[in-house]
Design a binder for this molecule. Sequence first.
Ligand code: MTE
Length: 337
Amino acid sequence: MLIKVPSASACKESDVTPEEFYLSRRAFIGGSIAGLALAAAPGAAFAQDASRYPDVQAVEGPAWFQQKLPTTQWQAVTVKGEAITPFKDATHYNNFYELGADKGDPSANASALKTEPWSVVIDGEVAKPGRYALEDFIKPYELEERIYRLRCVEAWSMVIPWMGFPLSALLKQVQPTSKAKYIRFETLVDRKDLPGQQSSFGLINWPYVEGLRLDEAMNPLAIFAVGMYGRVLPNQNGAPLRLVVPWKYGFKSIKSIVRISLVEEQPKTTWQSIAADEYGFYANVNPNVDHPRWSQARERRLPSGLFSPNVRDTLMFNGYGDEVASLYAGMDLRVNY
Ligand code: MTE
């Protein structure tokens, strides 16, 4: 990616998120689970939404999202002992090239992304292909909160409370045929409205494309997210529907998905097409395989600054090895980077 990374070796390790903020939030969430059962009406759910994360501005969100809140299972998976990234950082330091190339562009241009109406096409090697209005696409699934590390290939990281449902649930529903070996995802193309797509001389050949092997997609950690921090996804974070694959570099977690195809061949992804020697198909977080232009041994946990760089060791598979390492048994991860 087109980035400048500060020298990690010059930094001292520290965690800048105040501990009391982290602890009080945990206590609040623990205490609020009982109250959640009472929140049956969409209006009551909105009240929950407004106060679940104290630093998060309340938004009502679309009806389909509000209807899911009362039954949402909060915190199915969490990250022990690591502070959740402040909402401000998670929503103002973004990579979303459709909305611009600088980290502040996606939030500044967020309103350019029109998320209603939205539909998702499912096609290829599936028994049940179709085009689904978003509300119908979401309807069969219960939402869960999953607090995951997000590690960008650019060597920064965050901890984000997503809301979503497992990819495996969708796959069970649409029934891949025996020929399906991979799953391919595509983001919206809207050359009229999305500022990053308006020039035909850009770096990226739109749409943004990503893919997973079918067994990776079936892993319980892989989710579709429709919300974060207890509220609907902000546009700059990939509304209304994005992928989250926490053991892989962030560029695999494709945003604003409009097409999901089950395919026989490994799909050619956006970053592979731009620089195959820098961004592989697998893109598993791996401290032992450096990017050709920088080390991956350490990472900056956001928020980070000159006087508190907040650098920490990169974890193999981003800390999710127990859950995913078996997917890659026998594979040379230096070759399949
Ligand atoms: N999806 C699309 N469609 N376009 C993008 O530019 N950027 C990727 C990924 N998904 C990107 C995308 C990259 S490089 C990263 S690190 C993550 O989104 C960032 O997600 P965040 O902005 O929510 O932190």
